[in-house]
Design a protein around this ligand. Sequence first.
Ligand code: NAD
Length: 494
Amino acid sequence: MEERLENIQLFINGEFMDATTNETFENKNPFSNEVMNHIAKGDAADINKAVLAAKEAFTNGPWGQMKVKERMKYIERIADLIEEESETIARLESLDSGLPISQTRKMAARGAENFLFYSRMVQARLHGDAYQVDNEFMNYTVYQPLGVVGLITPWNAPFMLLTWKVAPALATGNTVVLKPAELSPLSANILANVIQKAELPKGVFNVVHGFGETAGEALVKHPIVKAISFTGETTTGKRIIKNSADSLKKTSMELGGKSPLIVFDDANFQQALDATVWGIFSFNGERCTANSRVFVHQAIKEPFVEALKERVQNIIVGDPKENDTELGPLIDTGHFRKVTGYIELAKEEGCDVFQGIVPKEYQAGNFVPPTLLLNAKNNMRVCQEEIFGPVMAVMEFKTEEEVVRMANDVEYGLAGYVWTNDIKRAHRVAQAIDSGMIWVNSQNVRDLRIPFGGMKASGIGREGGHFAMFEFYTEPKAIHVAIGDHPIPKFGIK
Ligand code: NAD
């Protein structure tokens, strides 16, 4: 019998409460598929309550009028409290999502960093520009918060991804309604607890749990909400853009991926191997930037594939609570069926499927073994569609031109990875690949100042750094001031 947890409520206007309908939904543990607790099932009425509280907090509460330094004290307090709670966050996140605890520990630490980073960023960088126009005008810009912003997050790295959004949204002075993914609701309430402990003014931060089609859509359509920052599937993103059109909302879209990793024959073999394995099997393969398509140069394909097979057989698949587990269970049975369905499809499409081992005692969980789709072709569905599990297609190439063409021959454009010791080729290929982010001779590591996001079907806009601050969570206002008596056209004078 797995752990039983307390039920979870909504957090609106500074208070934890049940849904208006009193309805709840089950939250299951991906390791056992047993019910861990029940979650308040918010809908349009709860979203409306939360939006009105956030609007009141923005318009009449102290948050909007607060000095920046004072607001940042709250933001830094949140960071400190997350740090204090980090082991609880890591443990609950692992229970809720099936992610190995060694990885959720890092995600919790990153959550605290996101708040600290935006406190520093806003204090140092959130300022406008001045434009002197001869002796006639002084024009300047100020960056103002939008008001109430809606944040909608996925289940694959729940806590880290919601802090990506909540930290810049609050630090720039907005108020927030968060709709976390229904499959991983726990860590949003830890943040609500932290924010309550940090004594943020009521209504500044609100959480409404519930389903995408009800709570999510109500948030997207709410006329008071100024902007929606969304991370999730491409099809959901398209629907959100359509639904936000009537109220002319600003939207930020972080969507799916099918990212290529290219290994040239002069690459550092061991490092490229380490990065390839980690890039697909970390986060249980449920990673938007996963290198789910690997292109290996013909000259090294055989030893590289042999080395991949050896790693795949040795990956530690197991209980996410154990420190040495490298790969845990997928989020739920529905996703398990989707991923295993793709593995069956790969066989039908002509791939040789090579898999690691799931120990027998873990049959109750949503475990998919680490999987290689060997001898794949880029035009197969398994190479074109996002599988979002521990499944990597392996392909061979001969020339740079051919591999760039294949890497780009896909709907998505989120990330890409290039391994070569030829400096000119490294830059050439990095610039030729159509994706928002490219790593050269590196696994996926990201400094918080760098823009994160994709092109093509992988998204619109960027998160992180000053991009989130200036391009999304604030509105630039231009103020034009005459400093002399410049001539003004005279109409209506005889
Ligand atoms: P999803 O689109 O199913 O759900 C994401 C969120 O949207 C959930 O909170 C859900 O309740 C909500 N939602 C669903 N339908 C909605 C609607 N009609 N209106 C409003 N909200 C709605 O995505 P998921 O399965 O939770 O997450 C996995 C996906 O997220 C993958 O495609 C992955 O690549 C992507 N992802 C992208 C990034 C990135 O930065 N580009 C990062 C992480 C995950």
